[in-house]
Design a protein around this ligand. Sequence first.
Ligand code: ATP
Ligand code: MG
Length: 471
Amino acid sequence: MLDIPPKHKELFQQIGEAAESIDQQVYVVGGYVRDFYLKRSDSSDVTDIDFVTVGSGIELAKKVAKKLGSNQVSIFKQFGTAQVKHKNLDLEFVGARRESYRKNSRKPLIEDGSLQDDQLRRDLTINALSWSLNPDTFGTLYDPFNGIRDLQNKLIRTPINPEKTFDDDPLRMMRAVRFATQLNFKIEGETFAAIKKMAPRLAIISKERIIDELNKIVSSPKPSIGFAKLLDTGLLKQFFPEMVDLLGVDEKNGQRHKDNFWHTLKVLDNTARLSDDLWLRWAAIMHDIAKPPTKKYVKGVGWTFHGHDALGAKWVPRIFKRLGLPLDERMKYVQKLVRLHLRPIALVSDEVSDSAVRRLIFEAGDDIEDLMTLCRADITSKNEWRVKKYRNNFDRVEKKIVEVEEKDRIRNWKNPISGEEIMEVLGVKPGPVVGRVKDRIKDAILDGEIPNNYDEAYNYLLRIKSEYESQ
Ligand code: ATP
Ligand code: MG
């Protein structure tokens, strides 16, 4: 039986013929073949396909482009790879390589090799599966490391001695955890032990490559699988020690606080169930990050983490920078949610004033719904009655937010009075006084002292003016 999906059969035949015409062997390899056997895709959402050829990847890519009538070939000479764009597919061609060791050097020599040589250098058995495309062997599966068996047993395993695989490229340890998370696979025992041993080697890998894999973990259906493995293998403390510091429970006078590492992972999974947004998920990861240094046992009260919201927000830029995450509005969004994550809880009580609600709407702006999503995800009690109670509380808060917003239009609020107008009315030059007056008008509106419109704000400005004059 031919395993090749009908959708790409003709394309693969043409590539096989192109290779044959220059006396090279060509194989599909990696994710495409793996996902076919996993049925993770019906090959309709495929965007890139990897090919390995015995011979020159660049020469083959040129031939393929000509045959397909594509003039989009990009050549990466220093890597010996080439990419052909065809319809909406990226076809990647690489020549098979092998490593040989010279007597006096630990540094391997990379040279041309056979298909088997190339498969030996792949990260995982399930990523080394290949189909031959040359006419006489079209569709033959090459699976020298029992990748199919590992797919069936849901196992992450390296093709060769895992210590060697990870020593050659320590990023593969992150990839092992990433695939285990995406596929919900187990990491096989020896592979796991090797990661544990080799984890410090991750230090030689650039943050850009690490964050790519980490973000794929965060984007998975159940990210906690990955973070638990990153913790257990010792990888996490290599690049995100603040998160490891969340681990552990203290006890005083028989009172224990919850373990903030496992709590954070529950919040992250809850968030992942509610939203695909990577940055909302990052807000979940960071929301309690500053709990350890703010932890205090207060007699008669219990464990407190006073100020962990503000301190956590303050830490966000430093952590984002070190991890290689963007330092733009996406960081500011995460920072904002971390800073505000306790505020909706303060709005639960019936006596809460409209002005407190207006303040939160003003500060959260268009991110108010995401903030509420984070708050709901933050409910991790095992007590069903409590969970129900907290959810009802947030329902009430959301209702208040909607009511107040309908009435007062505070979201995306802009001060109706401009700085120029203030200077004109008060007869002052640019300076700190303008900002102070602007803030007073803002406070008057948010506190409900005056309605949110231009005329009322202007009258209020005139009142401030007479105040200044009588001074
Ligand atoms: P996906 O694209 O779905 O994340 P993939 O398996 O296609 O999965 P890529 O990163 O696109 O992953 O890599 C393509 C193939 O190249 C892999 O299947 C694997 O065989 C090989 N590969 C990628 N990175 C490494 C690495 N660091 N070490 C060894 N082999 C690798
Ligand atoms: Mg890929």
